[in-house]
Design a protein around this ligand. Sequence first.
Ligand code: GSH
Length: 307
Amino acid sequence: MAELILHHYDFSNYSEKVRLALGYKGLAWRSVIIPPVAPKPDLTPLTGGYRRTPVLQVGADIYCDTSLIVRELERRHPAPSLYPPDGAALADAITYWAENRLFRPMSLYVSGSNMDQLPANLQSDRALMRGLPPPDAETMRRVTARNAPLVRAQLPRIEAMLAGGRTWIAGPAPTVADLAVYHALWFMTARTTRLAHELAPYPRIAAWMARVHGFGHGAPTPMTAPDALRVAAAAVPEAPRPAQPFAEDPPLGSAVRIRADDYGRDPVEGELHFIDDREIALQRHDAQVGDVVVHFPRLGYDLRPVR
Ligand SMILES: N[C@@H](CCC(=O)N[C@@H](CS)C(=O)NCC(=O)O)C(=O)O
């Protein structure tokens, strides 16, 4: 069976979500460390332009965005489940809240509080990724001050989610929602303990974070980026499952372009290879790695025909 290859870097919180999913499922995987800022010359041949982190590679199949990556891990390795039938829909909704409403102010508060610890070009890269001018020190100070209260206002709500003896966020068993809420909070103290005082008043959060941390990261072994490209070049993409398009979707085999609908909107072009209510996959040819299929979640991505 083809190996699971995760393209990631250590302080990436979305990568932490996937590393914990690999740990929960007890999986072995290969670890390719990618740059935290663009350009990413060893990733682009695989994705065709998508630059966000992490990316999962299985042979010549490339999975973008953690909302698809964790589901793909579940499809390939169903047990133990992160999407139990009675909790999965609620877990998806909580995940959406955690990664949009909670994490955005968190990332601004944390980055603004740790400016002296971050790679010099990180803030300008992230601004460019959102189509904004690079922030100066005064702008960062104001952004930090605006976002700290938005984080602080939400922490008691998370503590409340764990009230009444609840062990996990979305029900009696762990779900993807535990990973989503955890990675947003993990980001707070991943680089420095400067903001640890924000979490200190919440004993249930602390005990629950220790439980999620306990999933571990599975069994990673390092792989170089050139070796990952060689794996893709030597593999052929897996045969697609039967497509289940909506009437409005472009036809299979037609030329399409897909991009994130929020930030990091670099487009990827190819032929529509598979589509259903959760996933969109494009086949593309790359001079370095040959034919690859790049998979995206349906929600959060903008799909258009190329005319
Ligand atoms: N919706 C995406 C968000 C991924 C994301 O924003 N990742 C951050 C790193 S944690 C990123 O891509 N930053 C820019 C970069 O790494 O180039 C997902 O779930 O994978």
